[in-house]
Design a protein around this ligand. Structure first.
Ligand SMILES: [Zn+2]
Ligand SMILES: [Zn+2]
Length: 644
């Protein structure tokens, strides 16, 4: 076990007492103790973990720990630290424990009772260990607040009592000793102090006077390894480390922290001059840009002192209990930051290890970024043109696209089915009553059939008309012959005329035969009544035309017969009388009478049931056909008579 005085002997050798400013002096002394005991390598979370391992988190704060128990806790902390340290940079755990234990006993058990309370243990180690001040203060607050997250004033007072024993232990009691006034000055008017208020107060600038050394100790640690490439105007050292001070009156008068803290001055400079503290060094160019950006930005770029925590936590922020579930936390990057300042960078294996770890992490991150960038590049290349190198990627894309198309297709099918279903519903809703709906198709079919039938009949009618026209042409020629022959030679030319072959259409009654020339053209030479009967007016009624024509033929025939009778012999009188009597009868009687007495040869039309108009029209047309047939027979008879 090291000499109880060893730590103080070494500290005195540092000539820290020559520092004129008590805050810096106190901070420097405590920083020295911290580093001497290797506590600067221990994070507050490591300390909390060690407390948990030794069951301090379940003990009452006022419970007292014997020195042996105290030693166990300290050895837990320091042996755990050695496990995290590289083998080449192991600390002397025994010596560290001895120094730390002697310091704690000197600070908290000056009368040698051999006992320290759990609360004291927690506050002292949490204050003097490494790590971030924010974490430290949060842990301390958890020890002095109630379950609702409100600080208990008496416990804060107790905290101040114990924490200020640390400056007293390094002989700074006169400056930072506990007073009731000091405790009240921190949170004078506040009734309820939450964690945020507590942090606001203790981390403010300036912080409460009694605790001003605590944030300074952390600042000290942070700038410990900051190098300033300028020469100290007093000691002329060229390796200025830590804080740098610049006189605001003397041109380019700069002091290292050792010279400034001790009040050194040279030349025209006085230690009464206002000095500015720098924690970093900037090149003149950088400084200018910094000044410019500062003057250009209207908004204050001041960062908050600490992150804001919930005002009323749902459960008390008792980290001593919370850590039960927490994994042992290694020293984080923030600690690494502070440690990097507390040791020479080149020779700090701990920092190197962390750097390696972080560089591994960075490598992983870099490879991820690289992969992502490569994929983006491949994407762009694939869009521009399909490159063989992107085959794998494009295959993958094709697969995805096919999958997408399949999905879209199935969706489309679903939509179509839905549309079909809706359409059917709509049709059902908008359909007329079933009896009418079923009738419609039948009626339409029937109508279609009737129209077809009508077309056929019209064609047939036109054929018949053509036949009749030819017949009439023959009649016309016959009449002309009779007129030109005169009474003298009645029998010479008729033989010639009769020998002429009768055109075939006269005998043909087939419906399929169509006229090869228009009736109008073929009426050339047909005069008078006949031509008039066949003249094609616009939308003229065919039936009426036929009837008129029939009448005109009858009239013509009558006149022919009369002429024949007036000049022919008496031997044919009986026959002609009977024949022409019938002809006269036909001409004189109404068509209705005539139509009814002849049987209808076409029976197919009768089987169909027609609508009234259609049926009547059809019947009329069929009757006309009969009439024409009959006329034809009559004409033949006439011609035979003429031949005779
Ligand atoms: Zn100097
Ligand atoms: Zn000066």
């Amino acid at each position: 076990m090291a000499d109880r005085r060893q730590l103080y002997v070494e500290m005195r050798a540092q000539d820290l007492d020559s520092i004129r400013l008590s805050t810096y002096r106190t901070a420097c002394k405590l920083r020295f103790v911290q580093k001497k005991c290797n506590l600067h390598l221990v994070d507050i979370w490591n300390v909390i973990e060690a407390f948990r391992e030794n069951g301090l988190n379940t003990m009452h704060l006022s419970a007292e720990l014997a020195v042996a128990r105290l030693e166990v806790v300290l050895s837990t902390i320091l042996y755990q630290l050695n496990k995290r340290m590289p083998t080449t940079h192991q600390i002397s755990v025994e010596q560290s424990i001895s120094l730390l234990l002697n310091f704690l006993l000197a600070a908290y058990d000056p009368e040698g009772h051999g006992k320290i309370s759990v609360f004291v243990m927690k506050i002292a180690l949490a204050t003097i260990c490494g790590g971030k001040i924010l974490d430290k203060l949060r842990y301390i607050f958890s020890q002095i607040s109630d379950p609702a997250g409100i600080m208990v004033p008496s416990q804060f007072d107790q905290f101040l009592r114990e924490v200020l024993k640390l400056p007293m232990a390094v002989f700074e009691g006169p400056s930072f000793g506990y007073t009731e006034q000091a405790a009240r000055s921190c949170f004078a008017q506040q009734k309820k102090v939450s964690l945020n208020t507590f942090l606001d107060t203790l981390m403010s600038d300036p912080s409460p006077q009694c605790l001003v050394w605590l944030p300074l100790m952390h600042r000290l640690a942070n700038v410990e390894n900051v190098f300033h490439p300028v020469e100290c105007s007093y000691c002329h050292t060229e390796s200025m480390m830590g804080f740098r001070y610049r006189c605001q009156q003397c041109h380019n008068y700069q002091l290292c922290q050792d010279c400034f803290w001790r009040g050194h001055a040279s030349g025209s400079h006085s230690n009464q001059h206002q000095m500015k503290e720098y924690t970093s060094w900037k090149s003149p160019a950088k400084k200018l840009s910094h000044v410019l950006s500062k003057s250009l930005s209207c908004a204050s770029s001041r960062e908050p002192l600490h992150p804001m925590f919930p005002e009323t936590p749902e459960k008390p922020l008792n980290l001593a209990h919370i850590v039960d579930t927490w994994p042992p936390r290694p020293v984080n990057l923030a600690n690494d930051y502070s440690f990097s300042h507390s040791m020479p960078t080149s020779g700090n294996p701990y920092s190197t290890k962390n750097l390696l770890e972080s560089s591994n992490h960075q490598d992983e991150e870099h490879s991820l970024i690289a992969r992502y960038a490569a994929r983006l590049a491949a994407d762009a290349a694939a869009q521009e043109q399909r490159d063989p190198t992107d085959l794998l990627y494009s295959l993958d894309t094709n697969k995805q696209q096919r999958q997408l198309i399949a999905e879209l297709e199935s969706k489309n099918r679903e939509i179509l089915q839905e549309i079909q279903r809706l359409r059917l519903q709509h049709e059902e809703a908008s359909q007329p009553p079933p009896d009418k709906g079923q009738q419609n198709p039948t009626l339409l079919a029937e109508l279609r059939h009737l129209r077809q039938r009508k077309d056929e009949l019209e064609q047939r009618m036109s054929t018949l008309q053509e036949s009749r026209r030819e017949l009439m042409v023959q009649l016309e020629q016959l009449m002309m012959l009779l007129k030109t022959q005169g009474p003298g030679s009645p029998r010479s030319s008729p033989s010639h005329t009769v020998n002429r072959p009768i055109p075939t259409p006269i005998h043909s009654d087939s419906a399929g035969t169509t006229p090869t020339h228009t009736p109008q053209d073929s009426l050339m030479g047909v005069g008078g009544d006949v031509q008039e009967a066949f003249a094609q007016g616009p939308r003229r009624n065919l039936r009426n035309d036929l009837l008129i024509a029939a009448d005109s033929i009858t009239n013509t025939m009558s006149s022919l017969v009369k002429e024949l009778n007036s000049e022919g012999g008496s031997e044919t009188d009986s026959l002609l009388d009977s024949d022409f009597g019938r002809c006269d009868l036909m001409a004189s009687t109404s068509s209705d009478h005539f139509f009814t007495y002849k049987p209808r040869p076409v029976s197919t039309a009768e089987e169909e049931s027609y609508e009234n108009n259609l049926e009547r029209q059809l019947e009329d047309e069929l009757k006309l056909e009969e009439l024409v047939k009959h006329r034809q027979e009559t004409d033949e008879t006439c011609m035979l008579t003429l031949q005779q």
